[in-house]
Design a protein around this ligand. Structure first.
Ligand code: PMP
Length: 354
């Protein structure tokens, strides 16, 4: 029988896939990745460990070695740690498992697009609370939405993407305390920020913390981590695909976690370069630079489409966030190496002086 497209594709037809423009540029500042690849001794150690991978075998399905290492590093029960193929996969699992009652997910606006896309793709409703003029949570509005829509699940990225700022800790705590929804604090950028909720997770039954290796040098291996109450993580684990973390990624992670100090040094470099880049961007008239607690800046300009194209002509890729509403004419710039940032600042200076 022919498929009934109206029935089968009813909701998914309305969505657009998560897309990243496929443009090759020498200076890549669009993905919030670390600019540092493995030129150092960590690279050597990883390459040597990869030689031991048994390509003919399935990976460890329970991820015992990596989960034990995370448990030790964060003094957290191993049973409360779940790993995903990027935090994107964990976001999808959280929606599958924890949005079965009101089938509603509450998020701020603007925020990371996958919360919305993944919820809608799973036929859940999404309600959005607009951030205030400082891109912080509008607590009254957020709480009203909780009472009106009774969401099952709330995602709060802090620092938030694409705005770059961390949300006020007191507001987050008030939200966690006023709902029985699962509140997921997405700490994808916590390494660049003073705030952390993992250390206080035990104070709240309904709090889960999401992290990733993607922003600190390992976007290629796709590894996200969720920390939560072991009872809830046990349930979440039922929705995890078998062998979701491949052997290559597991092998790399084992070395990385044994050499975390080297990774932390790179984070220090990015943090100091963030200050240099900020100072440089602020000198360019024509740009409004928003405060950042992450490894990127949200920047407003007069015509972001024009600026994006001009930068591509100069072999520099940034992210054009131009959209209706608060992101109108905004771009997002990831902190690069000192050389890359210098090139960017030079290019911007010449574009704005013409
Ligand atoms: N959460 C936030 C807030 C992000 O910005 C991103 C990446 N853009 C993700 C999650 C997804 O990260 P991962 O690479 O671990 O899937």
């Amino acid at each position: 029988m022919a498929i009934n497209k109206d029935r089968v594709l009813l909701n998914i037809k309305k969505l657009s896939a998560y897309t990243v423009p496929n443009i090759e540029c020498a200076v890549k500042l669009d993905g919030n990745e670390s600019p540092y690849n493995l030129e150092d001794e960590l690279g050597e150690k990883i390459r040597s460990e990869l030689q031991k991978v048994e390509f003919n075998r399935y990976p460890d399905p329970n991820l015992n070695s990596i989960r034990s290492k995370f448990a030790e590093i964060y003094s957290f029960p191993k049973e409360g740690i779940l790993l995903g193929n990027g935090s994107d996969e964990i976001i999808q699992m959280l929606i599958t498992v924890f949005s079965g009652k009101s089938e509603t997910v509450l998020i701020p606006k603007p925020t990371f697009s996958m919360y919305r896309l993944s919820s809608l793709a799973q036929n859940k409703s999404v309600v959005e609370s607009k951030l205030d003029e400082n891109f912080d949570i509008d607590l009254d509005d957020f709480k009203n939405m909780i009472f009106e829509y009774d969401p099952d699940l709330i995602f709060l990225a802090t620092p938030n993407n694409p705005t770059g700022n961390a949300f006020s800790r007191e507001k987050i705590i008030e939200i966690i305390n006023c709902t029985d929804a699962i509140v997921v604090i997405d700490e994808a950028y916590f390494e660049f920020c003073e705030q952390d909720f993992l250390s206080t997770i035990n104070n709240f039954d309904n709090l889960m913390v999401l992290r990733t290796m993607s922003k600190i040098g390992f976007a290629s291996i796709r590894l996200g981590m969720l920390f939560g109450n072991p009872e809830l993580v046990l349930e979440l684990n039922k929705a995890r695909m078998p062998y979701n973390i491949n052997s290559l990624s597991q092998s790399v992670m084992n070395v990385v976690l044994e050499n975390k100090k080297i990774v932390d040094e790179k984070i220090g470099l990015i943090l100091s370069e963030r200050e240099n880049l900020k100072a440089g961007l602020q000198k360019i008239s024509g740009l409004e630079v928003y405060p950042s607690d992450a490894n990127f800046f949200l920047v407003k300009t007069e015509d972001s489409d024009f600026l994006f194209n001009e930068l591509v002509k100069k072999d520099i890729l940034i992210r054009n966030m131009n959209n209706e509403g608060r992101l109108k004419n905004c771009i997002r710039i990831t902190v690069g190496t000192p050389k890359e940032n210098e090139k960017l600042l030079g290019a911007l200076t010449s574009i704005f002086s013409n």
